[in-house]
Design a protein around this ligand. Structure first.
Ligand code: ZN
Length: 382
C-alpha cells in the first residue's frame, strides 16, 4: 500500500481533530438537564467551550429530551451561556425522549447546524433489504419518516428556518468533536433494516411487576465480584446513537446517547484505527464519559468497559454522568453504576437536577453533589 494514502486517510476524522487541539488550552462546561419523572428517562445536554484567551465560545446541544426539558434547555442557554445562538444541535437517535425537546430549541433559539440521520434519503440504496416486505421505495420512505417522526420534524423545522443539515456518521467533525459511531454502511445496511425487527428488550419496557411489588431479587457484588453480563443487547435504534468524542487539555470526553455494546466497540475500534496519531489507549485518555442509555445494564459489558475505562484498578479520577428519571426504578441499574465505579469513575446522576462539569469557567455558585455509592447488592438478571 502507498503510505501517502494511509497518511491522507488518517489525516481527517478524529486523529486530525485531536491533533489540532493538542496544544490548546480549553475552558468548557458540560450540563446535563433533568428529563422526565418516574420511569421516563431521556437526554438533554448542553456544552459550551472556548479556547483560553478567546471569546469565541461554541455551544452544542446533544439531544433535547421532552418538550419540557427542551424548554428548560432554552432557558439554561440564555441564562448561563448568555446567548440565544447554538452552533451545533445534535440528535443522537430518533427516540422521542431524545429528539422531541430539540424542536423547542430549534424554534426558540438561532441554530447554526443541525446534525441528524436522514435514512429516507437512501431508499434507492437500501430498498433491497426490504424486498420480502413487498415495500416500494415510496412506502419505505414514508415508513422511515413515520418511524423517525421526531427527527423528521427537526429536518422540516431546519428547512423552514434555513438551518444547514448534516448527517453524523463516523469520521465527521462537529465543532471540536468527532463522530465515532455509527459507521455509515453499518447504519444503513444493518441497523436501519433492523429498526422494525428488534424487539424491545426487557430492560427497556417497564416491568410493572418488578416495581409494583418490589420483587427484585438482589445478588451480592463487591469490588472484585462483578455480575454484569457480557451478552447485553439493545435495540437497533439505540445502537444507532451518535457517539461523540474529543480531547480537551489532553483529556478525553465522550457522549454516548443510548449506544449499546456494538456501537461502543465500533467507537473504540475507530479510535484504535487512528492510533498512528493517537498514541495511547482510549482508557488512558478518557476523563469524562456519559453512561449510555440512562444506566441500562444491557448497553455495556465488562469487556467494553475495560477497553473504555481500563480494568479495575487501572485508572482513577474519571467522571461519569448518567441521565436518569427522578424516581426511576430501572435506571440507572446498580450493576451498571458499580461497573463504572470499579473502573475508576465517580458517577453522578441527574435524577431531577441539572448537573454540570466545569473546567476553568466562572463559578456559578452551585453546590457540590455527591456521587452515587457503590452497592453491595445489585439487581439479579431474570
Ligand atoms: Zn434514551
Amino acid at each position: 500500500m502507498n503510505p501517502l494514502i494511509i497518511g491522507a486517510s488518517i489525516g481527517i476524522g478524529i486523529g486530525w481533530i485531536i491533533d489540532q487541539l493538542k496544544d490548546k488550552k480549553m475552558k468548557y462546561e458540560i450540563d446535563f438537564l433533568p428529563v422526565g419523572n418516574g420511569d421516563t428517562s431521556g437526554d438533554a445536554i448542553a456544552i459550551r467551550y472556548v479556547e483560553d484567551g478567546s471569546n469565541d465560545y461554541k455551544i452544542m446541544v446533544i439531544d433535547g429530551g421532552t418538550q419540557e426539558s427542551g424548554q428548560a434547555l432554552v432557558e439554561h442557554i440564555k441564562k448561563y451561556y448568555e446567548t440565544d445562538y447554538v452552533d451545533y444541535v445534535v440528535n443522537t437517535h430518533p427516540d422521542q425522549d431524545h429528539a422531541s425537546g430539540l424542536s423547542v430549541v430549534m424554534e426558540q433559539l438561532e441554530v447554526g447546524e443541525l446534525w441528524i440521520h436522514r435514512p429516507w434519503l437512501y431508499v434507492d440504496e437500501i430498498i433491497h433489504h426490504f424486498q420480502d416486505q413487498r415495500m416500494t421505495k415510496e412506502s419505505l420512505e414514508r415508513r422511515l419518516k413515520e418511524k423517525f417522526s421526531a427527527s423528521y420534524a427537526l429536518e422540516e423545522l431546519a428547512e423552514e428556518k434555513d438551518v444547514k443539515i448534516f448527517e453524523p456518521y463516523q469520521g465527521k467533525q462537529i465543532g471540536e468533536f468527532g463522530v465515532m459511531s455509527p459507521e455509515k454502511d453499518w447504519y444503513l445496511h444493518t441497523l436501519i433494516p433492523d429498526f422494525n425487527k428488534t424487539p424491545e428488550k426487557k430492560d427497556e419496557s417497564v416491568s410493572m411487576l418488578d416495581s409494583a411489588i418490589n420483587f427484585v431479587k438482589n445478588v451480592f457484588e463487591s469490588f472484585d465480584v462483578e455480575t454484569l453480563r457480557e451478552d447485553g443487547e439493545t435495540s437497533a435504534d439505540n445502537e444507532s446513537s451518535v457517539i461523540l468524542y474529543t480531547e480537551f487539555n489532553d483529556k478525553g470526553i465522550m457522549f454516548t446517547g443510548d449506544a449499546g455494546i456494538q456501537a461502543l466497540n465500533e467507537a473504540v475500534d475507530y479510535y484504535n484505527d487512528n492510533s498512528v496519531i493517537l498514541s495511547d489507549d482510549i482508557y488512558e485518555k478518557l476523563a469524562f464519559i456519559q453512561v449510555p442509555h440512562h444506566g441500562s445494564r444491557r448497553n455495556i459489558s465488562p469487556n467494553i468497559l475495560d477497553k473504555l475505562l481500563g480494568e479495575k484498578g487501572q485508572s482513577e479520577n474519571k467522571t461519569a454522568f448518567v441521565s436518569a428519571g427522578k424516581d426511576s426504578t430501572k435506571h440507572p441499574r446498580k450493576v451498571a453504576i458499580n461497573a463504572f465505579i470499579r473502573r475508576g469513575c465517580k458517577v453522578y446522576a441527574t435524577q431531577g437536577n441539572t448537573i454540570c462539569h466545569i473546567h476553568n469557567t466562572p463559578d456559578r455558585g452551585w453546590s457540590a453533589i455527591t456521587p452515587l455509592e457503590f452497592s453491595d447488592a445489585v439487581e439479579e438478571y431474570d
